[in-house]
Design a protein around this ligand. Structure first.
Ligand code: NAD
Length: 436
């Protein structure tokens, strides 16, 4: 079996490499020449644990190749995956131009039976739109399949190799049979391959991401209320998470969700609802709460210290740990706000500094390690819960900082520890520790 994957970003590259790992001959296509060259050399352009090992192995075994030549790739493959961007448009809807332009381009190339599998997150009805393009422009049969991807950045390889489920939206028996065969190595332990129609598959992805975002926004609101009534959100989280109807995941309050998926996908679901004249109240609230959460965090900082001209250190820039992805990262919001107060911003992140440097260049300072940036700092903000920040040397921190003050957007530390260490400490949904 030979497959092509178009787009070698977080989804496309991981998918391509993992399919190759099961013995499938895989051709990956991207328009970025530099990226393709890097990949040919076995270099992974993103940070994703273990991906480099698998990439090198599969290049060596000649199971995966990279090219910018779309035609060559498509002619050789029967199954063609689209892992193209679907960014947020100005009106909040998903921008489908990458997917639809590609469908038009492919329709000029295709001369025999192909299965076009859409892995990008797309609004309901997209598979039908893409199918219509092929039906109109191709003389040969083309089956369009919706196959949403659920991998998490930071655990992408693990998630792809051992998925909770595979969702396949198709009405073609031929396509379903081939898709099941392709995915069989990943579901040997019995995890389900769920077959449904294309529209339901497209909606499943939005439902999953919006539900997870809902859990986060719910916990953020609960944390805000817990603070007001003098309760501790950490205890509440444990108290409800042990109820297996609720489950203990995605219950951590914080500074709000970010990333390349949740913000745009929840907004896209809101936009789909509007299009179908449905007032999806919960989805509207999830978005509002998320925006408010980062604003509340900043407002608290403003209330506690006079930010003008101060030195502020930031631990963590990526939208979550184990990735270098900074799309919609809360850290960027905080940096933008702090810059309005002419603060001297010093940041450290184990993987995301290069991406942030492209955006801010000289405006902020990048540290060589997590302690270096604390020297003479008036406060530390913790934005990403990298493991490396979880058990710091508090004495070293105190000796370096001008004032031992922490604004923790991820609740990394136990209140008792931090109190004993003598820090002023503001976290989410817990009591404030002041050292006056
Ligand atoms: P990405 O921006 O990391 O990668 C997209 C790639 O497509 C880039 O390498 C780009 O150069 C390439 N590309 C653009 N136009 C092209 C063209 N005409 N021909 C060939 N290549 C082209 O995006 P991503 O994060 O991998 O996301 C892709 C899709 O998957 C999106 O719809 C996203 O919502 C969805 N998704 C993402 C994740 C995630 O965690 N990142 C998870 C599940 C689903």
């Amino acid at each position: 079996m030979k497959i092509a994957v178009i787009g070698t970003g977080y989804v496309g590259l991981v998918s391509g490499v993992c399919f190759a790992e099961t013995g499938v001959n895989t051709i990956c296509v991207d328009i970025q020449e530099e990226k393709v060259q890097q990949l040919k050399n076995g270099e992974v352009p993103i940070y994703e644990p273990t991906l480099d090992i698998l990439l090198k192995r599969n290049i060596k075994e000649e199971r995966i190749i990279f090219t910018t030549n779309l035609k060559e790739a498509v002619q050789q493959a029967t199954i063609i995956f689209l892992a193209l961007p679907t960014p947020e448009s100005e009106d909040g809807s998903a921008d489908l131009s990458y997917v639809l332009n590609m469908a038009n381009e492919l329709s000029q190339i295709i001369t025999d039976y192909k299965i076009i599998v859409n892995k990008s997150t797309v609004p309901v009805g997209t598979a039908a739109k893409v199918q219509a393009i092929f039906d109109k422009k191709c003389t040969t049969k083309v089956d369009v399949v919706s196959n949403p991807e659920f991998l998490r950045e930071g655990y992408a390889v693990e998630d792809f190799l051992k998925p909770d489920r595979i969702v396949i939206g198709s009405s073609s028996e031929q396509a379903i049979t081939l898709m099941k065969k392709l995915y069989a190595p990943f579901v040997r332990q019995g995890n389900p391959v769920i077959i449904m129609d294309e529209k339901s598959a497209e909606m499943t992805k939005y439902a999953a991401n919006s539900f997870l975002a809902l859990k986060i926004s719910f916990m953020n609101e609960m944390a805000n209320l817990a603070e007001k009534v003098g309760a501790d959100i950490n205890d509440i989280r444990k108290g409800i998470g042990t109820d297996n109807r609720i489950g203990n995941r995605f219950l951590f309050p914080g500074i709000g969700y970010g990333g390349s998926c949740f913000p745009k996908d929840v907004k896209a679901l809101q936009s789909i609802s509007k299009e179908y004249d449905y007032d999806f109240k919960i989805v509207n609230a999830v978005i509002d709460v998320n925006q408010k959460q980062r604003e509340l965090f900043f407002q608290r900082m403003q209330a506690k210290i006079d930010l003008q001209g101060k030195k502020i250190a930031i631990w963590g820039l990526a939208f979550k740990p184990n990735t270098d992805d900074i799309r919609e990262a809360p850290a960027l919001y905080l940096i933008d706000e702090l810059l309005k107060y002419e603060t001297k911003i010093h940041v450290y992140d184990p993987e995301a500094m290069e991406n942030v440097a492209k955006k801010y260049s000289q405006k902020i300072n990048f540290g060589g390690n997590m302690y270096e940036i604390l020297e003479n700092a008036d406060a530390l903000i913790i934005v990403t819960e990298w493991n490396t920040f979880r058990t710091p040397d508090f004495n070293k921190m105190k000796s370096l900082m001008k004032s031992p003050c922490i604004f923790d957007g991820r609740n990394l530390f136990e209140l008792q520890d931090i109190e004993e260490e003598g820090f002023e400490y503001y976290s989410i949904g817990r009591k404030e520790i002041k050292n006056d």
